[in-house]
Design a protein around this ligand. Sequence first.
Ligand SMILES: [Zn+2]
Length: 119
Amino acid sequence: MIGFGPNAPWGAVSQIDCRAKARDPRIRPLAFRVYFAALGWGNRLGHAEFAEGALASILGAEGAPLTKQAVQKGVTAAKALGLVAGDSGARCLVLPQHHFQNGGKGAASCRVHALRTSA
Ligand SMILES: [Zn+2]
């Protein structure tokens, strides 16, 4: 169940639309697209797991994936802005519970961070 505290207002976003925005090279800086990827793929723990190279493909342009260094730079910038949590990396972007909750479908586990809940 979603809840951000007593009387705390909250909304919802379309993860499909967030995924499209993560892939949109017109959206700059790259940190914003990293954030949209976290929102778009965030599971019930707020973890968005990516296969090796998958985030580089999402953040690429015109069919060309970003380099590992460029992906890392974008993730680092997103962390510096507080858009994703400090334990985020190219294999898993993390959104803190005070910012993101997913009451719908999806895993409540993360292989990258070795997390599993019975929720
Ligand atoms: Zn994770």
